[in-house]
Design a protein around this ligand. Structure first.
Ligand SMILES: [Zn+2]
Length: 78
């Protein structure tokens, strides 16, 4: 094996690794959250887009209205 072969092989390994990581991150993204292909987030309760100011704070699961409803629920059943 000469230097060119080794370099080529390393390149292939690197590419395969990057591809794998890329696939894994895409799968995780899809499973882990409700992000649309535009980079926005959809509320898991009503399907509306989550307000950008919430997304900025990492609150990507629900819109403001549904978050309020969600937080109210446990107490209001008395
Ligand atoms: Zn909502």
């Amino acid at each position: 094996m000469d230097a060119v072969d080794i370099a080529q092989r390393q390149q292939e390994l690197l590419l395969a690794k990057q591809l794998e990581q890329h696939k894994a991150s895409q799968t995780n993204k899809h499973l882990a959250n409700n992000q649309t292909c535009d980079g926005d987030y959809e509320c898991i309760d009503c399907g509306e887009l989550v307000e950008p100011q919430r997304v900025k704070h990492g609150l990507t699961l629900r819109c403001i209205a549904c978050q309020h409803k969600h937080e109210d629920k446990p107490c209001k059943k008395l």
